[in-house]
Design a protein around this ligand. Structure first.
Ligand SMILES: [Fe+2]
Ligand SMILES: [Fe+2]
Length: 375
């Protein structure tokens, strides 16, 4: 039975969501491998009847929209990383806001920065973002293999298996792009790893869906769209367009499956899902602070985070929640248990996206592979 008074400290290990020392203490361990014991049982089903039409349609679409990273992308495209970064520095709205505020605020740790330093920020940001995308994609690869094993429905096992293949391609393209076109790969961010660990260790199959398909995939969908809009590099733009059209299906898979699973749940069980959605949301916000990026730029991460929280209120890039909150709402998690999660999302400043489009409806429009083949 859930204790309705579980505190922030019980859920996320700290009372104050903005406790800087606690945020900065979350660091990924070094080493070439990372082990975590997977929770939950593998489930065989002997019920092969295809009764879930929406999942069936998604599975058909997934089989038709597979693409090949080596054949469908032109890897001979030359990439001038400095020029791409310079363009990014001049188009990224986050950088614009930072520049404007930093210039007039002597308390900002980057108050004295010149254009050259902002270009270096954009350069590092691109490597950081694409590295975290790559690590997150491996998380998705592992989590969808887990879903394939643990979900009891045959239609969902079929679909999840197509996603395992999608995610392998996604790891492949990001890792190839980083290796061939950029310099300066980053290790996995500690907050992202903590979230992946939690998702893999949980023994309830629906939590893998919530953590990966709705939260991490939702963030990826928004982050890839943003980068796709901002870049002028044609290979990256096409790669992101193709990855995006897969990701939209992945989020839709999560929403469709969880809607059914949640119908059967008690209020106490839903409250546990809300707490997990809060914890995951906060970990992704903390990931967005990019403490590892500031360290590489020789900017004191604690001073930068403190300034950020004060001056760019409620997180680094709240727009990245634009695909998560509407889906959480559609699942009924925002307002279950007297709107507990609604209050929590207000606390971390991401509630404003609740009425944006949810992904169970828009995945068809985002299918770039089908659109390219039709033309
Ligand atoms: Fe992916
Ligand atoms: Fe995905």
């Amino acid at each position: 039975m859930t204790n309705p008074r579980r505190s922030n400290a019980d859920i996320i290990g700290r009372d104050d969501v903005d406790d800087l020392d606690a945020i900065l203490a979350v660091i990924a361990p070094e080493g070439a491998f990372h082990e975590v014991a997977a929770g939950g049982a593998t489930v065989f089903t002997w019920d092969y009847a295809r009764t879930r039409d929406a999942l069936s349609r998604l599975y058909e679409k997934a089989k038709n929209s597979q693409w090949n990273a080596s054949a469908d992308l032109d890897w001979s495209t030359p990439v001038d990383q400095e020029a791409v970064a310079a363009f990014l520095a001049s188009t990224n709205p986050e950088t614009m806001i930072l520049k404007q505020k930093a210039a007039t605020d002597p308390s900002c740790p980057v108050h004295n920065w010149t254009e050259r330093e902002y270009r270096r920020l954009a350069f590092e940001q691109q490597s950081w973002m694409l590295s975290q995308f790559m690590h997150g994609e491996q998380g998705a690869l592992v989590c969808t293999a887990k879903i394939t094993e643990q979900v009891p429905w045959i239609d969902a096992k079929y679909y999840a298996a197509t996603q395992v293949m999608d995610e392998a391609r996604h790891v492949e393209v990001f890792s190839r792009y980083l290796a061939e076109k950029l310099t300066g790969e980053y290790p996995i961010n500690g907050h992202l790893l903590a979230l992946l660990d939690d998702i893999v260790a949980d023994d309830r199959w629906d939590m893998t869906y919530l953590g990966m398909q709705v939260m991490v995939e939702g963030l990826a969908l928004a982050a890839f769209s943003l980068m796709h809009q901002l870049t002028n590099e044609p290979l990256l733009a096409k790669l992101l367009r193709y990855v995006l059209s897969d990701e939209a299906r992945h989020v839709a898979f999560g929403v469709l499956s969880l809607r059914e699973a949640y119908e059967e749940m008690t209020a106490a069980e839903l409250r546990e899902r809300q707490e997990f959605a809060f914890e995951a949301g906060l970990r992704m916000r903390d990931r967005g602070f990019a403490q590892d990026l500031w360290e590489r730029l020789d900017v004191d991460p604690k001073a930068m985070l403190a300034w950020h929280i004060e001056n760019m209120p409620k997180g680094h890039v709240p727009i990245l929640f634009s695909k998560i909150v509407p889906n959480i709402k559609k699942l009924g998690l925002l307002d279950a248990a007297d709107g507990w999660l609604r209050h929590k999302y207000e606390e971390i400043g991401v509630i404003q996206f609740e009425d944006w489009a949810d992904t169970s409806e828009e995945y068809g429009e985002l299918d770039a592979v089908a659109a390219d083949r039709a033309s």
